[in-house]
Design a protein around this ligand. Structure first.
Ligand code: NAI
Ligand code: 15L
Length: 273
């Protein structure tokens, strides 16, 4: 049966807030979880992913989890380790113990951030789109934690039959704000469509999909997302004239424009740890 009660971790964050607004229309009852309280949501669980008992209690009785909680940008290794690596492990252990059937995991394009982007401006030929089956090339400790999450999901599927859809999200914000985002943007509406498809598709095992709208300048292959029943409705192209007038096309000579992960691949690392 289709899941009805869904635990939304990271519900206080940017994407969590967008999804809190959009997912109830699909019929879900959301249980909210975040380390910070959410204004106007007194029933939200306020707890840290480090608190295994609280995580286990939070997953008890839900049909599925959308796991967004964690550090969403590069940080020190220790902070990433605690929130994203150990935190995601705690979530999976709790889900296994409580027999939750499916997790939708917010992976990121930064798990494969050092993959070269398709050459040239404008639309990319279908054969040149970046496939899901490309090796992990994390661009940060943050991206590395998403590689870990994808592998953890694979382990829990193979060993325990716990299903996951790992969504390598591009940039999910109200509007694209850079030329790179014209290629990787996921509109909030398409984000909700994709999460809904990931929650309801049958027999997903562990599926990895890219998360974006049907952008004219798309860099990656959306076929595994479409195989879940996802039908993106939006395209960033309406924002192209303004963004291109402001910034020009991406410059292939610039390192920060060369790879999928954009400036994540060139920003100075947050060392020492
Ligand atoms: P965000 O930083 O706005 O939200 C993350 C939320 O997780 C925050 O509310 C924070 O309080 C919570 N959190 C952090 N550590 C926690 C812990 N130890 N225990 C409990 N809660 C904790 O990030 P955003 O943009 O909403 O992203 C959500 C998820 O989606 C993240 O996992 C991020 O890596 C992933 N993602 C988001 C993209 C986007 O475009 N927004 C792109 C790619 C991936
Ligand atoms: C991410 O993984 C981040 O969480 C988000 O804030 C954006 O920076 C996004 O990637 C991106 O690549 O634009």
């Amino acid at each position: 049966p289709a899941p009805r009660t869904v635990l939304l971790t990271g519900a206080a964050g940017g994407l969590g807030t967008l999804m809190r607004g959009l997912l109830p229309a699909y019929g879900y009852e959301l249980r909210l979880f975040d380390v910070v309280p959410i204004e106007g949501e007194p029933d939200a669980v306020v707890a840290d992913l480090a608190d295994r008992e609280a995580v286990r209690e939070a997953v008890r009785g839900v049909d599925a989890v959308i796991h967004l909680a964690g550090i969403s940008l590069e940080s020190t290794f220790d902070k990433i380790l605690r929130a994203n690596i150990e935190g995601t492990y705690h979530l999976y252990e709790a889900a296994r113990e409580e027999n939750v059937g499916r997790i939708v995991f917010a992976s990121s394009n930064h798990a494969v951030g050092y993959v070269p982007r398709p050459a040239g401006p404008g639309p990319v030929a279908p054969g040149d789109l970046i496939p899901v089956e490309t090796r992990h090339r994390p661009d940060t400790f943050y991206g590395l934690s998403k590689c870990f999450g994808e592998d953890l999901a694979q382990l829990y599927w193979d060993r325990h039959g716990l299903e996951t859809v790992s969504v390598r999200i591009g940039s999910c914000f109200m509007e694209p704000t850079s030329v790179r985002m014209l290629s990787v943007w996921m509109s909030p509406g398409d984000g909700a469509r994709l999460f809904h498809a990931a929650l309801t598709a049958e027999d997903v095992g562990h599926s990895i999909v890219y998360g974006s709208s049907a952008n004219t300048r798309l860099w990656w292959d959306l076929s595994t997302a479409r195989a879940l029943g996802y039908e993106p409705q939006d395209d960033s192209e309406q924002y192209a004239p303004k963004l291109l007038a402001e910034h020009g096309e991406l410059d292939p000579e610039k390192a920060e424009h060369a790879c999928l992960g954009g400036h994540f691949t060139t920003d100075p690392p947050r060392w020492p740890h």
